[in-house]
Design a protein around this ligand. Sequence first.
Ligand SMILES: *Cc1c(COP(=O)(O)O)cnc(C)c1O
Length: 404
Amino acid sequence: MKTNRRSFLAGLGAAAPLSGVPASFARADEVKKTPDYFANLGVKPFINAIGPYSSLGGAVMWPEVIEAMDYAIRHKICMTDLHDAVGKRIADLLGAESAAVTSGATGAIILGTAACMTMGDTERMEMLPDTRGMPNEVLILKSQRYLYDRSIRAPGANLVEVETESDIRAAVNERTTMMFYLQNRPADLKIKVTKYIGLAKEYGIPIFCDAATTVPPVANIQKTVEQGFDLICYSGGKGLRGPYSAGLLLGRADLVRCARMNGSPNHRAYGRSMKVAPEEYLGMMVAVEKSLQFDENADYERQMRTVQHMSDSLNQVPGLTTRIDTPVGEAVEPYVEVRWDTDRYAISVANLKQALRDGDPVIEVRALFLSDGQLHLTATMLKPGEAEIVIDRVIEILRNNTVT
Ligand SMILES: *Cc1c(COP(=O)(O)O)cnc(C)c1O
């Protein structure tokens, strides 16, 4: 194999106009600087004080993930063999019975729901998203309706909202195909999660858990696996720092197998368009390996120092108050919440977010529903020196809006 490769490259060298020049020199001369594609296109990079958001390109991948993806791009392999092997390794690493790499957490939700509705039945799989005549009702807790529950409905399932044990007992019937749970949200539910899982077991209904944003710490994955869910999904491009469009589906071997039947590379699969590339399979596996080796505590300390620095600096400005907090149950990423006296600075949180986005350099901060409409600055993705720029810009914008 190696010999073939070398003779192939030598052959290229001989055919090149530089023939006569040793092949190794010819290649060194060809080393080019990567063009600044984004600058050439006029799309602006930004300082990330918001964290890994899909709409902003997700997390920065581990260097080892990039290397693994580069490797996979250059070595073609049978997709099913690769997926089997990668799935087995990921499952072993995370203590799950089985694992598949999907097109994001939402791809895992779609294929997992499709698996429960079809259970390997070829006629049913061919019908999706037409689910007439098959079990197609998914129980969801009313307070857990969220942005991504559209993906449960995508393959043709209907959502049935429940709140209490008696609601669930009344709702379960022969069309019930899955129960859905959103990990740790909200903090208070009308039913305990152990009870909810217990009811799923009692009725023999598969229970799916979306735990997409509960990493780091990566140990949360094993904890969620041990809770007894039948299927669990994660985003690959958020806390795990894997490929942007990849995700994980973990759980029962029979269900993961049926989920894969509904996806690519199967030609007629409902999920054929949710393709996962070979480099994403491999990259996701290496992202899990790296996440398990990484010193999360040291990185938490780094983030905390940066957040503390931003908090201290902003607190010195008259009319500004700050508070540091770390989410519980979600990804453990400390942030500073910034509030200001609107009698002194006449600008709303939304307008300040927009002003930071419109500035130079562009700065992205959290000021949406996840921050309860407040201004949050995180250090997860801040590079050295960037916190100072963020602090200066926030102060400058507020000063420009001083009430006179
Ligand atoms: C981001 C997110 C998703 C979607 O993840 P993708 O990997 O982008 O498909 C699903 N659920 C939750 C809770 C999320 O935060």
